[in-house]
Design a protein around this ligand. Structure first.
Ligand code: URA
Length: 220
């Protein structure tokens, strides 16, 4: 069956289920976030809004639990991510995923995405015009997932989600509350922490804060 048709089919079933539940006096089920994300991916997978589409192998949409209470937001896919179409699967991803695991944050508690969906050639920094085109995609993912905690990794995701130009070494380790009450905890980008033990310590401390916030939420 063609994928878009299949998604429409699932959506009709979901709407019908919600209709029946309403008629029976039950609260309609929560929106199916997985389906909404899947549909959104279909919408943007051939994006050509900036020149990065010319050099990408894959658009890296994001992955994880669509119902997660925690969302990690990185910068942009690197070489390995571009090849595999998955976020944080290279060296920085190894550090991130190992740290998360060591702190006891289970895989089903988070979703990972980036501010840019396509790899900048040679892993150069994202350009303002690329961020301007791609940021609405991230915002839509955040809107669908509606996480209680966002952990931004590095300067670009932090500054853009907080709408500030302050440096990441100043912002990291602090707790921010967004207007919709989502908690935002910035940390350093894991790629910067690979060869810098002092930064790595700070990165681990910041992720401990993330774990504490999850514990607070899940124990109340
Ligand atoms: N760095 C990022 O910011 N994102 C990735 O997906 C990989 C490396």
């Amino acid at each position: 069956m063609e994928k878009t048709f299949y998604l429409e089919y699932l959506e009709i079933i979901r709407d019908f289920k919600n209709y029946l539940e309403k008629r029976m006096g039950r609260k309609p089920s929560a929106n199916n976030k997985a389906l909404l994300l899947e549909k959104f991916y279909e919408e943007i997978k051939n994006c050509q809004k900036c020149s990065l589409y010319r050099t990408r192998t894959n658009l890296v949409f994001g992955e994880g639990n669509p119902e997660a209470i925690l969302m990690f937001v990185g910068e942009a896919p690197g070489k390995e991510e571009d090849l595999q179409g998955r976020p944080f699967v290279g060296a920085a991803g190894k550090l991130l995923r190992e740290t998360i695991k060591n702190l006891g944050i289970p895989e089903d508690k988070f979703y990972i995405a980036n501010i840019l969906k396509c790899r900048p050639p040679g892993n150069r920094n994202p350009r303002p015009e690329e961020i301007a085109r791609c940021l609405p995609y991230l915002k839509k993912q955040i809107q669908i997932i509606n996480p209680k905690i966002i952990c931004t990794l590095g300067k670009f995701s932090t500054q853009n989600l907080l709408n500030t130009t302050r440096g990441i070494t100043y912002l990291r380790g602090q707790k921010f509350t967004l207007p919709n009450n989502t908690i935002l905890l910035p940390t350093l980008h894991p790629a910067a922490c690979i060869y810098k033990p002092y930064w790595r310590e700070q990165f681990i401390m910041d992720l401990k804060m993330v774990k504490e916030e999850i514990d607070k939420i899940t124990k109340t």
